[in-house]
Design a protein around this ligand. Structure first.
Ligand SMILES: [Zn+2]
Length: 232
């Protein structure tokens, strides 16, 4: 498998290139572009949360806990006192960092259900739904954050497969085919959980019109080879 820094570099490269194109065509503000690159990087290390007690897993649950707590606090800043906000944020962080991380570590097998296209799709839907419903992001931004997380996720799966090929000896290692699979059919429990997440998220998705319009604009600009978008 590709190591942690390879995944970070791959996701950062893909995320920043995609964010530059999208920001140029859609005229996104700088803070939104940075958020998209950040989402892509998180997506790029996300599949390895199945590595128990690993650096990626610990960092991920810490970052995920902090980000969720901060997002909740700022989404509800007008509704509660500072102390109530802070203590609820702390509970959210602790709940994600330890119990959720433990549940994950116990239930998952490395390169199992999280290394599949189903997991990538479930991540897209879940991130879009959570961003839209819980953080107050508008529909377009919520979809973009979900999409960029999914781009990072996909880059991770591709890198894991690439690293299964031993280029020096042109051999294929046994791990080939274990990352970029549609669904994990060997352990159905994990795949069922992902299906439930995808289905539940699909009930809370933002409206699709803004992202469809935006996707049309970006694709048209790319196909037309509009000067200044990719090439000078
Ligand atoms: Zn991996």
């Amino acid at each position: 498998m590709a190591d942690f820094s390879t995944h970070l570099i791959g996701a950062t490269a893909a995320g920043s290139l995609a964010a530059t194109v999208v920001a140029k065509v859609l005229g996104l503000p700088a803070d939104h572009s940075l958020l998209l690159i950040g989402s892509c990087i998180v997506g790029g290390v996300l599949p390895d949360i199945d590595l128990q007690r690993s650096t990626p897993s610990r960092i991920l649950f810490t970052v995920f806990g902090v980000a969720s707590a901060i997002a909740w606090v700022f989404a509800r800043v007008d509704d509660y006192s500072a102390l109530a906000l802070w203590s609820t944020g702390l509970v959210i962080f602790i709940g994600i960092r330890w119990p959720l991380s433990w549940v994950f570590g116990t239930l998952t097998v490395h390169r199992g259900a999280t290394h599949s296209l189903l997991a990538c799709a479930a991540t897209l839907l879940a991130v879009a739904a959570v961003s839209y419903q819980l953080t107050g992001a508008d529909a377009l931004l919520a979809w973009l954050v979900g999409l960029f997380t999914a781009i990072g996720y996909l880059v991770h799966l591709l890198l894991d497969e690439l690293w299964s090929v031993d280029f020096a000896g042109v051999k294929i290692k046994r791990s080939f085919g274990t990352a970029l699979k549609p669904v994990d059919t060997r352990r159905w429990a994990g795949s069922v959980v992902l299906l439930v997440i995808a289905f539940a998220s699909s009930l809370y998705l933002p409206p699709t019109t803004p992202i469809r319009t935006a996707a049309g604009t970006v694709i048209a600009a790319l196909l037309a080879g509009e000067p200044g978008v990719i090439l000078p």
